[in-house]
Design a protein around this ligand. Structure first.
Ligand code: PMP
Length: 307
């Protein structure tokens, strides 16, 4: 991952050179994490660059902002146009887009009153999140000693900057112990999610995932995978998942914009299933790739052309 190829950033309504996209050290969000953001992929499809489920991501951005009483001073349509403009101006065909809206500089009382809402969108070229190894051989994950915060503490369905401190602790612990990624349990000891991914378990030919009752962010990829599975005739169940169930699963995989569909090879010291990727994971991943590359026209409505 590198920002080197990124030349232009959209900042508060205008495209500026990368090095001019700066904010003051007194910005509220820097101190208290009072921002909301999205992570979105643009794919080099058979019909040119197209942004995957841009509308759903921007809807989640506005929903996240609402929790924090943040009024984003742009419409969804304006941010949609801005995202496409950022891809175009940087000349990218495939990239990762990061829209962010945050409370800026005015005062540092915890209540962000009077702080301006700053908005920016930038993009960079980002390959496989868990590395090429994770993509082809599966991720090695561990159960985190850090629990995912409960929805009575913070809105788990919001993608807010400060909320990621919980994920940072978990992934730092995992990497320190030699794993690729952390799996967080919820307050009640049931499975929540990865530091930046939703989890699916495969058992007896069907897939299982959890929902907001188990402290997760509603992933856009999670939703796409559920739809793909249904279209494949693979039964989908949404309910609590336990560690025992994951350990005894036929297959398991993570979903997320960064990781896309990544098989899980190992949980702590135990291997999961037999082959990686397992047959159901592979089937779903193949259709997901066909959808994001524009080869499967059933999912053409998920692709927002840049041009
Ligand atoms: N959970 C968390 C905590 C995340 O950060 C992400 C990545 N946005 C996801 C799940 C997956 O969401 P999506 O598929 O929308 O990227």
């Amino acid at each position: 991952m590198s920002f080197e190829q990124s030349k232009f950033v959209w900042v508060n309504g205008a495209i500026v050179p990368w090095e001019k996209a700066t904010f003051h050290v007194s910005a509220h969000a820097l101190h208290y994490g009072s921002g909301v953001f999205e992570g979105i992929r643009c794919y080099d499809t058979v019909n040119g660059p197209a942004i995957f489920r841009l509308r759903e991501h921007l809807e989640r951005l506005f929903a996240s902002a609402k929790f924090y009483e943040m009024k984003i001073p742009y419409t969804l349509e304006q941010l949609d146009a801005a995202c496409r403009e950022v891809v175009r101006r940087n000349g990218f065909r495939a990239c990762y887009l990061r829209p962010i809206c945050f409370y800026g500089s005015s005062a540092l009382s915890v209540h962000p009153r009077n702080c301006p809402v700053e908005s920016a969108i930038f993009a960079w070229q980002w390959g496989a999140y868990l590395g090429a190894k994770g993509d082809e051989h599966g991720a090695r994950i561990c159960v985190s000693p850090w629990r995912k915060f409960h929805p009575s503490m913070m809105p788990t369905t919001a993608k807010a900057c400060g909320q990621y401190i919980n994920s940072i602790l978990a992934v730092q612990d995992a990497v320190r112990r030699g794993f690729d990624e952390a799996l967080l349990l919820d307050r009640d000891g049931e499975i929540a999610e990865g530091s930046g991914e939703n989890l699916f378990v495969v058992k007896n030919g069907g897939i299982v995932t959890n929902d907001e009752r188990h402290s997760i962010l509603f992933g856009v990829t999670r939703d796409a995978v559920i739809q793909i599975a249904r279209d494949l005739g693979v039964p989908v169940e949404t309910r609590a998942m336990t560690l025992e169930e994951l350990e005894g699963a036929d297959e398991a995989f993570f979903t997320g914009t960064a990781v896309e569909v990544t098989p899980i090879e190992q949980l702590d010291e135990k291997k999961i299933g037999r082959a990686v990727p397992g047959p159901i994971t592979k089937k779903i991943r193949d259709v997901f790739r066909a959808a994001t590359s524009g080869r499967d026209t059933r999912y053409a409505h998920w692709l927002r052309p840049v041009d």
